[in-house]
Design a protein around this ligand. Sequence first.
Ligand SMILES: *[C@@H]1O[C@H](CO)[C@@H](O)[C@H](O)[C@H]1NC(C)=O
Length: 148
Amino acid sequence: IHPRDKQTVAYRLHLGARAVAYGEKQLIFQGPLPEKIELLADKGLLNLMYSQQIQVQRQDDKIFEISCCDDHQCKWLPVPMNTFSTQILALNISSCQGTLVALRYAWTTWPCEYKQCPLYHLSSTLPAPPFTAFITNQMPGHHSKVAK
Ligand SMILES: *[C@@H]1O[C@H](CO)[C@@H](O)[C@H](O)[C@H]1NC(C)=O
């Protein structure tokens, strides 16, 4: 890859090297990943709880997708961002009439333009990494732990 902006790329690699190769445990080298996912089925919301502080750079209606199942058929549906605070982001899942089994973020070859992703860490400017998480318990208000 040959990005024009080599400093940002080098800075991110430098953080990764310090954390992975040099074992600096406290160093933030990766953008925010949700720590817990809470399904509020009656409100039509899925709450993502982050341990890092998040910065929503722009609202995006397509980058988060849920796998919604009905009669043994599942399909990925884009879900819009609803409200957000410093550590919680709510997604509007009202488009899913069936059972919500999974959530994914930025799960495409080119999810956003360079430095134009919707979600970043508040101060480090690191982008939220792509992920897929399975939602195991369908009890409203249950806190699902995200498999890393
Ligand atoms: C979710 O989106 C639907 C359809 O756009 C809207 O009617 C509903 O009010 C939204 N729910 C919340 C909690 O904002």
